[in-house]
Write a protein that binds this ligand. Sequence first.
Ligand SMILES: Cc1cc2nc3c(=O)[nH]c(=O)nc-3n(C[C@H](O)[C@H](O)[C@H](O)COP(=O)(O)O)c2cc1C
Length: 195
Amino acid sequence: MDYFELLRYRKSTRKFTDEQISQNDLTNILTAANSAPVGSNLYRDIHLTVIQNRGALDKLSEAAAKRWGDKAKVKKIVGDTPTVELSQRMYDPFYGAPTVIFVSHRKQDIQPGIEFSNVACITYSMHLAATNLGLGSVFMWFALESMREIPELDNTSVLNLPDDFEPLLGIAIGHPVKELSARDLKTDRITVNYL
Ligand SMILES: Cc1cc2nc3c(=O)[nH]c(=O)nc-3n(C[C@H](O)[C@H](O)[C@H](O)COP(=O)(O)O)c2cc1C
């Protein structure tokens, strides 16, 4: 697909069918991750975890479900977004997606802050690849933030990460309930100044 046409189809999907993505699609999405730029070429500082196991995802959901009950905090993050069902009792931050990929980074002291940029590049590359494959996807930040905020519900040990790595971002991927459709491209969502 032409790049700007691809951008027209890119959006966050929050309703997935139960159907798992194919191995071929997963391979293509991991190839996209590996094709993303990384600061100082330090690919060894990145680690991906593919989760296709509902039990592991449910365990990781616990903190988000608890955090979702904090309506004031949720409102601060998402505002009055009408699509957000605040009364939902068992909130699943992964929206039932059958595949979630976490992007972890080696803890940084030499280039502090670069880890956030790196994981964003990698996650966005996977998001675009999923879109190009007709799959739905959405970034996953809230679940991890919840686990940092509620240490007793920090289940990131289930990710079985190498020593000194921490999960910073993720992406939920699956078949969208409603086929992806094109939107008009926006040019004024972000302010710009010119010097
Ligand atoms: C760094 C980052 C973290 C995000 N985390 C979440 C998340 O945890 N849950 C969620 O539903 N959406 C998440 N999103 C999706 C944004 O809400 C979404 O991209 C934004 O509202 C614009 O909508 P669009 O992607 O459909 O254009 C995240 C996006 C980014 C870039």
